[in-house]
Design a protein around this ligand. Structure first.
Ligand code: 4NP
Length: 155
């Protein structure tokens, strides 16, 4: 069964497209049956490609973000995905405000899947400029989510 996963940040030009591309690459290597997308809770960058410095940093690690385009998170995503993953606690809170009555699609923080219990948010490199730190956390969380899926979901 295909597991449909949506990665969500604020602008959908830095962290969540990176998460989509990293997770796509690592889940392919693991042989998982997943369908992936990313979205932003804000509509500032709809239709735009990922932010160039993030594309460059991701490309240096072998991840291609160039075909991705930003879109805004919407209530329909609760039906279209099996798991919604926020890059920070604001993303999680913003998604919850759009949840349709009666919907039970899980919303998780990406760092829930890291072994580093101190990590909570994936700091936004659009503001911090720490692309490497964000990518390293995204890789760790992706590996953790893959392990969780291998255990919890028939893949
Ligand atoms: P992201 O980063 O949420 O990781 O895509 C941001 C990019 C742009 C803006 C905010 C966050 N912005 O305000 O334009």
């Amino acid at each position: 069964m295909t597991t449909r996963i949506l990665f969500v940040c604020l602008g959908n030009i830095c962290r969540s497209p990176a998460a989509e591309a990293v997770f796509s690459s690592l889940s392919k290597q693991a042989g998982l049956d997943v369908s992936l997308d990313s979205a932003g809770t804000a509509g500032y960058h709809i239709g735009k490609a990922p932010y160039a410095p993030m594309q460059d940093a991701a490309s240096a690690r072998g991840y291609d973000l160039s075909e991705l385009r930003a879109r805004q998170f919407s209530a329909a995503d609760f039906d279209d995905f099996d798991l919604l993953i926020g890059m920070d606690m604001d993303n999680v809170a913003d998604m919850k405000t759009k949840r349709p009555n009666g919907n039970t699609t899980p919303i998780r923080l990406f760092t829930d899947y890291t072994s580093d219990s101190k990590a909570s948010d994936i700091p936004d490199p659009y503001f911090t400029r720490d692309y490497e730190g964000a990518l390293t956390l995204i890789e760790e969380a992706s590996a953790g989510l893959i392990s969780w899926l291998e255990k919890e979901v028939a893949v």
